[in-house]
Design a binder for this molecule. Structure first.
Ligand SMILES: *Cc1c(COP(=O)(O)O)cnc(C)c1O
Length: 392
């Protein structure tokens, strides 16, 4: 199909909930993508942080196809090796005790919230179901995770939303204390607010929240859906913040391109989800679990050091472009935000860059880079050269 044919079908039959860039992607290799006309693009998106090993990684394709040939799916009424092997790998490397597998970030966060509420119910009974989240956060698109999301623009149309959320300001511990109460069971936050604009939380604030959680017997819940699985230069971002959360959600990059996610729990709440209290048909899917196992094996210490180096290189080079429309960069590892100066919008810059062969994301008012973690220096230089030409 041509681009126009695809676009026509999309506008006729697909619900218009996305505004798409005018590119129909056909295939990719590494961090390079080709559209249906054979035009080449450098990819600084990983499909929103999903394709952690880039496109068509040979080992990944082999892990997926080998599993697909054996067993594509079996229900959670039976045991299967891929999810069990993955559970051990993930918990061991994350310093967590148990995991529940789901299929997306929102579903992982539903798991976090349900885990916290049931943990508190089991210990204290009813009336302690409130979760404190941060303003400018993003936790997903289900009714409950929209309610958890601390941005008014997401609290529209779909009333009534789930009750039991209160919002505090990021990097302001007084603001968290101000919404405390006897009805609270947990604080839930991203360590770098992704959709909000790639805004890293202060280390000191995060440690104060952890201390407050310990003092009031609240669970510390970390949403690592975007920051997790190597994105920030450690397996999980909390490993760089000097905290050990009670529970952590993950998704996006975990299976390198297949829908997968979940929630991991520490000692305190490792056995909260007893038989029949939580579940999902596709959770722990063998093909996705095999893919995730392969992704985790690739993300060893040497790989993570590369992520940190490449992230630092990208930020240095972007700041050295010194083009008038861009300000400072921020982020961690290969999760990078770029300030857009007054007089320009991130959407118009993104459109121009994509039009010139560089796929890039926006977040809040900023540009956002989430390149495949395997991107080469040559690919980064090609992308930087496009930025230089287009934005000068
Ligand atoms: C993307 C994202 C989500 C939602 O994930 P889905 O897979 O789209 O449901 C939740 N939290 C954070 C931090 C995210 O970046």
């Amino acid at each position: 199909m041509t681009f126009e044919e695809i676009k026509t079908l999309d506008s006729q039959y697909v619900m218009p909930s996305y505004s798409r860039f005018p590119v129909a992607v056909d295939h990719g290799k590494g961090a390079t993508i080709w559209d249906v006309n054979g035009r080449e693009y450098i990819d600084f998106t990983s499909g929103i942080g999903v394709c952690s090993l880039g496109y068509a990684d040979e080992g990944w394709v082999e892990a997926v196809t080998n599993q697909a040939k054996k067993l594509a799916h079996i229900s959670n009424l039976f045991y299967a090796e891929p999810y069990a092997a993955l559970a051990e790998k993930l918990c061991t490397r994350a310093g967590m005790c148990s995991v529940f597998f789901s299929n997306s970030g929102a579903e992982g966060n539903e798991g976090l919230i349900k885990l916290a509420r049931k943990w508190s119910f089991d210990k204290y009974g009813k009336g302690r179901g409130t979760v404190i989240t941060l303003r400018n956060s993003f936790h997903g698109r289900t009714i409950t995770t929209l309610a958890a999301t601390g941005q008014d623009k997401f609290h529209n149309y779909f009333f009534p939303f789930t009750e039991g959320f209160r919002y505090a300001d990021a990097n302001d511990i007084d603001s968290v204390e101000a919404v405390a109460g006897h009805d609270v069971c947990a604080v839930m936050m991203e360590l770098i607010q992704g959709e909000g604009g790639v805004l890293p939380l202060d280390r000191e604030f995060v440690q104060k929240v952890a201390a407050l959680c310990a003092k009031r017997d609240w669970l510390l819940l970390i949403d690592e859906v975007q920051t997790g699985v190597g994105r920030t230069g450690s397996l999980f971002a909390y490993q760089q913040y000097g905290i050990q959360p009670d529970a952590v959600s993950f998704a996006k990059g975990i299976a390198g391109g297949l829908p997968f996610g979940g929630v991991m729990a520490g000692e305190k709440c490792k056995a909260v989800f007893t038989s029949g209290t939580h579940g999902t048909t596709f959770g722990g899917n063998p093909v996705a679990a095999a893919a995730a196992g392969y992704v985790l094996d690739r993300i060893d210490d040497a790989f993570l050091a590369q992520v940190r180096e490449k992230g630092a290189y990208l930020r240095e080079q972007i700041e050295a472009l010194s083009v008038p429309c861009l300000g400072r960069t921020r982020g961690l590892g290969m999760m990078i935000g770029i300030e857009v100066k007054e007089g320009w919008t991130n959407k118009e810059l993104a459109n121009k860059l994509i039009d010139s062969g560089l796929l890039i994301l926006t977040a809040g008012p900023s540009l956002r880079l989430l390149p495949p973690l395997v991107i080469t220096y040559e690919e980064m230089d090609k992308g930087l050269a496009i930025m230089k030409t287009v934005l000068a």
